[in-house]
Design a protein around this ligand. Sequence first.
Ligand code: ADP
Length: 278
Amino acid sequence: MIRIERLNKYYKRLHALKDIYLHVREGELFSYLGPNGAGKSTTIRILTGLTRPSSGKAFLNNFHIEKDRVKAKEQCGFVPQSINLDQELTVFENLNIHGALFHLPRRKRKRRIDELLEYIGLSDRKKTLVKQLSGGMKRRVMISRALVHSPKILFLDEPTVGLDAGIRRRIWALIKKIQQNGTTIFLTTHYIEEAEFLAQRVAFLDEGEIVAIDAPQVLMSKLGSWAIDKIMEDELETVYFSQREDAKQYIAGQEESFTLRRVNLEDAFLSLTGKKPK
Ligand code: ADP
């Protein structure tokens, strides 16, 4: 559904994306993971037609993002990082303008908006001004706006940044539900646990390069199943084990205090990039 071939982006002398290759399957929830400045937003901006690549090709549902620009745009909905709803308009009006931009007939638009508001649990806020909504509600409206024209692909750029834990989980549930309805989802995040929880596959992006692409379970299992964190002076060192018994034995022979836990996706990211996401 998304195909990227040898994509490069330069901002003057800064090489922001370096030979990116990526295939995302239909119906997949794919997460693009990396620290701030890795190039996540740049990739999404190229795919959604907001920035031009310096070289390389990309296709959305087989439409070339530059040569079939209009068709490619119709294939996707985009939820940017910052809230860009019209605060002085109602929820309905915000969605309605978006539907009109995609030339949805008036009746169809109204039906679709009612359906979406029900879907995101905000039917009772249809006539509320956006400025009167909470941060979490605005996020949900942003997501529903991107779905008005029933796109095949949904791009989410850091969808839960700045939200508290409870609201974040609600957004996660909504994202899963959208995927279950058949939409392909491309999600950027620097919250590793978000990718671990949601994604079928993740790509680790580091300084404009993809360093690994695989299922979270596969990336984690390369390290083992168990991790022991130990504090060495002012550094945290982690040792990995396949068997819990081996990990316990390791602790038994030492005097410092340790934490024994399951390996997580952050461990995989750190071992592949040698750094901690910010
Ligand atoms: P991320 O979304 O992973 O945080 P970005 O794609 O925003 O990363 O940025 C990748 C790199 O490109 C960063 O070094 C950033 O400073 C730079 N960059 C992003 N947008 C621009 C721009 N419009 N002009 C110049 N440099 C930019």
